[in-house]
Design a protein around this ligand. Structure first.
Ligand SMILES: Nc1ncnc2c1ncn2[C@@H]1O[C@H](COP(=O)(O)OP(=O)(O)OP(=O)(O)O)[C@@H](O)[C@H]1O
Length: 694
């Protein structure tokens, strides 16, 4: 063939600026595109061999070589796939713009948003022009009598094609890098990109530097392989005094070694663990894979091996890392692959939001390589993938809850924020997992929600619901009865008490324990939202923080005949405290607490406290949420000698000090004092101690 010159295609005129600017936001992606073309070419050649249309040489070893040359500023991709004839280069490369690109340009000529640009247009090869001023193709087709072809283009609309001189079947693509992209001719940078995109490609990939000094290694002669290039055979004479003699007194043979050219190491692991059958993988393999891929040397808690063929193909491994710190700061990585070719990290359309704290790999050959995020959003298939993944995670957890409770409880602190977040985010997940959610009680024993309800004297189906069911057939009275039943439900809600901070709420915990009353620990900041979620899903329960009210079991009843006297005491205490604390709106309540070690405490209604917490959590645009805060109620224990003293000695000069101190002590367990309050508190405490010295 003489030199053939031509125009790439009338349509391609405007394609290069588009490619350069938008198609691929990550410039390094051309590595992936060119290497996956090479992999495809190799797969096709192997298929031809299988179909008997071509015979692979006996010593055929599929491989892709990436050769950097910083001096020449070139980068080469060499594969031993099926190669192309001149006609094929013409058809697949030159005229490419006819097919995809025409529509592409039509559709996107006025759009500038990158999100909308990325699609699957068979433009992979052209990504080379993002980094190269000039690209050459040298190819030799597998076909009998094929003539090698050389193609060159400078990325405009023109190209040149002539006979080439490639001797082995396959294709070599040479990129003459532009000034902005010289980094890719650096061996270390190239390795970094290859490791990012090609760590698990199905073909071995070798990186080398053109004209680099060869590296050698010395190995035992017996370990030399046919494929090794031996440069020297070495016989190591053992020193006289070290000479060993065997039983018959013969000298042992001198050691034979060989100096060989260092064996190249493939960048890609062509059989990644996720592609294997889960039953064939060992714990050590899972851990090693985790360390290698995520560079995380902390052991993951456990993992799920996904393996699905129908109705779509999906394989992968999801690891649960140790994650018991604040939920917001957690960041997992889920790497998405298409047939072992890396697509991207953390594509949120495919991976349900709440699973983003996990670390893992997912290989889904049915997902397009060039994923457009906006295109994925409403894609039914993508939603199914996401549903499947979340279902599998729920299955793993419920399975573990049933069959391996000991470990499940051990992991619970780590995984509970994730599980709870999952419930808030994904109805279906919440429904599946609901019976496997557990709560730690004051003795650090685990209970299910059902057990918590029972421990607090309730039952999962409330009597009111039962009556409601029974009465249902009576249609005539239905309306009125339903109302009555609803009120009843309201009345018989089971309270589940909880603690958010064991230190701060210790006074309440002690009182609870003393009365044999239990509570659960909910210490994570996601718990505020989570209990609201549980209440919405279980109308018969109500969560109350341990200091939200004075639990009935903590109080002594006031007998009928004592009522009047008690009221008097109450009124006078309220008056004194309001006066001494200089706050006539102060909410004071007097109770007879069973625990006479407690003089005062503060309670804050559950709903207003939760509201305040939510506002704080969302920060409400930097608003000062204290303006909305409901002040706590001061509870005074009329059984306590200090309180009794106040009632009996209203005019004593100690009363102001006692009132203020009791108030501060109650509030301390509830929230931090302001700087001024704290200063006053310390000063007063010192004054009280001074009295001891007198
Ligand atoms: N290394 C190669 N060996 C043999 N044929 C190749 C090679 N590279 C490209 N081709 C041919 O050129 C065609 C166009 O390649 P290009 O990368 O532009 O698009 P694609 O691979 O079809 O799609 P995409 O890369 O966007 O997924 C390929 O389909 C293939 O037929």
């Amino acid at each position: 063939m003489g030199t053939k010159k031509g125009n790439l295609s009338i349509d391609s005129e405007n394609i290069f600026p588009i490619i350069k600017k938008w198609v691929y936001s990550d410039h390094d992606i051309f590595f992936r595109e060119l290497i996956s073309n090479g992999c495809d070419a190799i797969t096709k050649l192997k298929k031809l061999d299988m179909m008997g249309e071509y015979e692979l040489p006996d010593d055929y070893k599929a491989k892709i070589q990436v050769i950097v040359n910083p001096e020449e500023k070139t980068l080469k991709f060499v594969d031993n796939g099926l190669g192309m004839t001149a006609d094929e280069v013409e058809e697949y490369i030159t005229q490419i713009a006819f097919s995809g690109a025409t529509q592409f340009l039509e559709k996107y000529k006025d759009k500038t948003s990158e999100d909308e640009m990325i699609g699957h247009f068979g433009l992979g090869f052209y990504s080379a022009f993002m980094v190269a001023d000039e690209v050459h193709i040298d190819s030799l087709s597998y076909q009998d009598g094929a003539v090698p072809v050389h193609w060159a283009s400078e990325g405009g609309t023109e190209y040149e094609m002539q006979d080439g001189n490639k001797e082995e079947v396959g294709t070599e693509i040479t990129l003459f890098l532009n000034e902005d992209s010289l980094e890719f001719a650096n061996e270390y940078r190239a390795r970094e990109v290859l490791e990012k995109y090609c760590s698990f490609m199905p073909v071995e990939i070798f990186l080398s530097k053109e004209n680099a000094e060869p590296e050698y290694e010395t190995i035992d002669e017996e370990d030399v392989l046919d494929t090794d290039e031996v440069v020297e055979h070495i016989t190591e004479e053992e020193k006289e005094d070290e000479e060993k003699e065997d039983e018959e007194g013969k000298k042992s043979e001198p050691k034979k070694k060989a100096k060989i050219v260092k064996r190249p190491v493939s960048i890609s692991d062509t059989h990644p663990l996720w592609a294997k059958n889960p039953s064939e993988c060992t714990k050590e393999e899972y851990l090693e894979f985790y360390r290698k891929v995520f560079m995380d040397y902390k052991e993951p808690l456990f993992w799920i091996h996904l393996n699905m063929d129908y109705p779509f193909n999906l394989k992968g491994i999801l690891y649960f890392p140790k994650i018991n710190m604040e939920y917001d700061s957690l960041e997992g990585v889920i790497k998405l692959y298409n047939n072992q070719v890396f697509i991207a990290d953390n594509i949120k359309e495919v991976i349900p939001d709440f699973l983003m704290v996990l670390k893992g790999v997912i290989d889904c050959p049915d997902l397009p390589l060039n994923v457009s995020r906006s295109a994925l959003q409403n894609d039914g298939f993508v939603n199914k993938v996401a549903d499947y993944i979340s279902k599998k995670v729920a299955d793993k957890l419920t399975g573990m809850f049933k069959t391996d409770k000991e470990n499940y409880e051990k992991y619970w602190d780590d995984i509970s924020p994730f599980v709870k977040f999952g419930c808030l985010k994904d109805e279906k997940f919440g429904e599946k997992i609901k019976d496997s959610i557990i709560f730690k009680d004051l003795d650090h024993k685990y209970l299910t929600l059902e057990e918590c309800i029972e421990a607090n004297g309730g039952s999962v189906v409330t009597p009111a619901e039962e009556t409601k069911e029974e009465k249902r057939p009576d249609a005539a009275k239905e309306g009125a009865e339903e109302k009555a039943a609803e009120n009843e439900v309201e009345e018989i809600k089971t309270n589940i008490y909880y603690v958010t901070n064991e230190q701060q709420q210790s006074q309440y915990i002690n009182m609870f324990k003393e009365q044999g009353q239990d509570a659960i620990l909910l210490t994570h900041n996601i718990d505020t939202s989570f209990i609201t979620y549980l209440e919405q899903h279980n109308p018969n329960i109500r969560f109350q923080r341990i200091d939200a009210e004075v639990h009935n079991s903590l109080k002594d009843e006031v007998a009928e005949e004592e009522q009047e006297e008690f009221k008097k005491t109450t009124d006078s205490l309220i008056e004194v405290f309001r006066k001494e604390l200089n706050n006539d709106k102060l909410d004071v309540k007097v109770e007879r607490l069973k625990d006479d070690n407690v003089a005062s405490m503060a309670v804050l209604p559950e709903q207003s406290r939760r509201m305040e917490e939510m506002m704080k959590m969302y920060n409400m645009g930097g608003m000062d949420t204290s303006a909305f805060a409901t002040p706590a109620t001061l509870i005074l224990n009329s059984n306590h000698p200090l309180v009794k003293f106040v009632v009996e000695h209203k005019r004593s000069k100690s009363v102001p000090v006692i009132c203020r101190q009791l108030y501060d002590l109650a509030m301390l367990a509830h929230k931090p004092l302001s700087p001024a309050e704290m200063t006053a508190f310390v000063q007063r405490s010192n004054e009280i101690m001074m009295l001891l010295t007198k």
